[in-house]
Ligand binder design. Structure first.
Ligand code: PLP
Length: 456
């Protein structure tokens, strides 16, 4: 045992000495010791001590088809042997890049017929950000440059991504947001809805967009961006009244509607894209995460016919691109991932079977004194911790509470995520009913522990 454990425990020391992690307090991480993850299969992942976890978060919202898919590995290896890399810049393409673009557009609906490839969701954000301004300029409306986004939205970590995102703690690092970006409030009824009904509050939150457009002048506004359901912000599911009103406002004032599909895309909500779930047609839609189920990094921007026509006929050359845009190995892995989703009918499984089952499990937690609400759509769900059910009061310092409950689940072999006082779920689409039960039981135990702990 000791012989096999030592090189891996040494890894934690090596990691602490040399590896700067994203979104981690490095001093704390070095003191507590990093978890070394080294193997996975299905919904399970093992660390270097041999401890097994049920990953109810799908890596980072992305491992939609589950771990250990040999056919994705084989598709990538075969492509590497055939052609490991070529660019898509100066008049070239590769078979997987072309075929993946075709496949994505076939799923995206009749008004979406083009895709621009990137390596991540953040790069997709930077891409549509430029594209939206290029579009209006080409139409002779170069004053339309301002972009409206939301507080507590998340669109990535590049300069444009962090600026468009509504995370204050991100803006504080690096003098963000950059110019030309404006934030309105989020449709978070539980936390911010006050005495309004969810439907009234949904309309009020949507109409903040209209007020902001009128304040800036529609002739200055290029686009509005939002996630169909906010992910990193805490799985904030908007009231049903929200999206139809947003769509109306964007149409009325002629501004581009950008649906950030990085989490909701590729089946998470039980539809291929989040905008299909809510029944609208965005002008631009960044994608990433579930496109390859995380097996290799790839993202992109879906470009609607409205924007593509101007780009192709009026702009000509869009001076933008990444060395690895449409990388053939990543594209081959993504194609195989989409083939699996279709062959195993995983998107309808999320919609009709396992999504409703998760919803039932989450609802069963609502009898707990610490739970305020437990909403979900498809396999994207949240449990809101509350200090007082009747008044929807939240704890004054929510972060340590969410973290402690998450850590309790982790110690008991289930990975969930916490955003402040909301516990988040985004499991692989292959999760079984008994595995869902295990997630719910483990969370209930953690909640029972919490209400007797001195954190309260
Ligand atoms: C993760 C995420 C991004 C950023 O994607 P990266 O691949 O991490 O750059 C953008 N938008 C949303 C909604 C996300 O969840």
């Amino acid at each position: 045992m000791t012989e096999t454990a030592s090189p891996l425990s040494n890894l934690a020391a090596i990691d602490a000495a040399h590896h700067l992690h994203p979104f981690n307090d490095m001093k704390k991480l070095a003191a507590e010791g990093v978890r070394v993850m080294n193997r996975a299969e299905g919904v399970y992942i093992w660390d270097s001590t041999g401890k097994r976890y049920l990953d109810a978060f799908g890596g980072l919202w992305c491992v939609n088809v589950g771990y250990g898919r040999a056919s994705i590995v084989e598709a990538a290896a075969a492509q590497m042997r055939e052609l490991p890399y070529y660019n898509t810049f100066f008049g070239s393409t590769t078979p997987p890049a072309a075929l993946l673009a075709e496949k994505i557009c076939a799923l995206a609906g009749p008004h979406m017929n083009h895709v621009f490839f990137t390596n991540s969701g953040s790069e997709a954000t930077d891409t549509w950000f430029r594209l939206a301004r290029v579009y209006w300029k080409a139409l002779g409306q170069g004053t339309k440059t301002e972009i409206i986004a939301r507080r507590n939205g998340y669109h990535g970590s590049t300069v444009a991504g962090a600026s468009l995102g509504g995370m204050k703690y991100m803006h504080e690092q690096g003098n963000l947001p950059i110019e030309g970006i404006h934030h309105i409030n989020q449709p978070y009824w539980y936390g911010e809805g006050g005495d309004l009904s969810p439907e009234e509050f949904g309309l009020k939150a949507a109409r903040e967009l209209e007020s902001k457009i009128l304040e800036l002048g529609a002739e200055r506004v290029a686009a509005f961006v939002a996630e169909p359901i906010q992910g990193a912000g805490g799985v904030i599911i908007p009231p049903e009244s929200y999206w139809p009103e947003i769509v109306r406002i964007c149409k009325a004032h002629d501004i581009l509607l950008v649906s950030d599909e990085v989490i909701c895309g590729f089946g998470r909500l039980g539809s291929w894209f989040g905008y299909q779930h809510y029944g609208f047609e965005p002008d631009l839609a960044p994608i990433a995460k579930g496109l390859s189920s995380g097996y290799l990094p790839i993202g992109g921007v879906l470009v609607s016919d409205r924007v593509a026509k101007v780009l192709i006929e009026e702009v000509g050359e869009f001076n933008h691109g990444y060395t690895y845009s449409g990388h053939p190995v990543c594209a081959a892995a993504a194609l195989e991932n989409l083939r699996i989703l279709e062959e195993e009918a995983l998107v309808s499984r999320v919609r009709d079977e396992i999504g409703p089952y998760l919803a039932q499990g989450l609802q069963s937690l609502c009898d707990h004194e610490a739970v305020g609400e437990a909403p979900s759509i498809g396999l994207m769900g949240a449990v809101q911790i509350t200090a007082d059910k009747a008044s929807r009061r939240r704890y004054e310092k929510p972060d340590p509470i969410g973290s402690a409950i998450r850590n309790h689940c982790l110690a008991n072999g289930v990975i969930v995520r916490a955003t402040a006082d909301r516990m988040l779920f985004s499991p692989p689409f292959i999760i079984s009913r008994s595995e869902v039960d295990q997630v719910i039981d483990t969370l209930r135990q953690a909640l029972d522990w919490f209400v007797t702990s001195d954190l309260r």
